[in-house]
Design a protein around this ligand. Sequence first.
Ligand code: FAD
Length: 141
Amino acid sequence: MLVRLMYASRAASGIDQEELAAILRQSRAANPTHGITGVLCYSEGIFLQVLEGGRGAVNRLYNRIVADPRHLGAELMLYEDISERRFASWAMGQVALARLNPSLLLKYSATATLDPFAVSGSVSMALFEELVATASVACQG
Ligand code: FAD
């Protein structure tokens, strides 16, 4: 039983590029053991993450992530049964924001800033899919 989960949260104060790199390192080290794949996007204090994998593994990981003091206010944006993964190539991919075209954000929201709290889960998922299609996800593995 495979599921896909997407949530958004706000970074705790003091989260910098070093902390972000540590989260990605930790994720890429642990996720293969638990059959988890996905993508993490961080922009201007907001995290948006998609997790895919077995239902139990995804649910357990989400509970751990929600309790992590490096962010707060996690909101579940989307949870669905799936027959196949969309982000199978990434133990935890990172959206390469430097390569992100502002017009792509404008396509899906009122302003060219990433604000998953202001749009529906399906709109954020459509954005993720386009990022993957346009090779804006970095750091395979
Ligand atoms: P530890 O103290 O490291 O381990 C305690 C016990 O839990 C050990 O027995 C260990 O084997 C077991 N364990 C460790 N990880 C898992 C797991 N994933 N599932 C089941 N058992 C486990 N962490 C990830 O692993 N993957 C992610 O994709 C991920 N994304 C994150 C995104 C954000 C925005 C943030 C802030 C954190 C993210 N984390 C992720 C980190 C996560 O919140 C925990 O810090 C991490 O899972 C380790 O938890 P811990 O410190 O309780 O476990």
